[in-house]
Design a protein. Structure first.
Length: 236
């Protein structure tokens, strides 16, 4: 009967620790040196065990930071009707939102163009975090034309839902007019909110939503935690 290789035993022990909750999603595993000392082996053996876990998608290494327990990415569809709570619930996770700020200010050039405004026109701004099972997956900013939607901030404060807030403002339906995606490295502020190391990969989205009559009602900027979200494209 063949003996289980030492590296495999170490990998199985780590899998057991993860399964039993000793290491949660996003936690950093002990260093190679610590694991080598614990199991009485050289670092090469530990490295092979960690490589096996990486191939299984259970952990992911970050250069200069360590090896971290991987999260199962949340599927997030981007189509004509983007509804956050429905999308996250459909993925089998519990959706959540955290309000960071609700403010009114003058629009910049990009916002004005997207919302068919004159630069400097007032806009209502909703900054927040999107959560899945309590874990931050996206940092977002939604910008609304203040004159068209004067009560949107109050509705957002009470509902924490763009869809419900728009319904309270008389807009029962809206669709995505355009979406632009760009891969970036997380800034210090983004990393802090998303609980990522600075420089970690993120996906930046810019989207425009319109009312049934074609009027632009929301200009959104969203930064998704790259390792926690899988963006899917569709027609719906």
């Amino acid at each position: 009967m063949s003996k289980t290789p030492i590296w495999k035993s170490i990998a199985l022990a780590l899998i057991s620790d993860i399964a039993e909750g000793r290491y949660d999603t996003g936690d950093r595993l002990p260093t190679e040196a610590q694991l080598a000392a614990k199991h009485g082996v050289n670092r090469h053996t530990v490295r092979r065990a960690l490589a096996d876990l990486t191939e299984q998608g259970l952990v992911h290494p970050r250069r200069g930071a360590g090896v971290f327990v991987a999260a199962r990415p949340t599927d997030y569809p981007i189509g004509k009707r983007v509804r956050y709570h429905q999308s996250i619930s459909a993925s089998g996770k519990i959706p959540g939102k955290k309000i960071l700020s609700l403010t009114t200010r003058t629009s910049d050039a990009a916002e004005a163009e997207a919302l068919s405004l004159t630069p400097g026109d007032p806009v209502h701004v909703y900054d927040g975090l999107s959560l899945a099972d309590g874990q931050p997956i996206a940092l977002f900013q939604s910008v609304f034309p203040a004159k068209r939607l004067p009560k949107i901030l109050t509705a957002l404060s009470e509902t924490q839902s763009v869809t419900k807030a728009l319904q309270r403002c008389g807009i029962d339906d809206y669709t995505r007019h355009s979406t632009r995606l760009t891969a970036r490295a997380a800034s210090a502020t983004q990393a802090l909110h998303l609980r990522l190391p600075e420089g970690a990969p993120v996906l930046h989205s810019i989207g425009i939503n319109i009312a049934p009559d074609g009027t632009p009602i929301e200009y959104g900027r969203t930064t998704f935690a790259g390792e926690r979200v899988t963006l899917t494209l569709g027609d719906d």
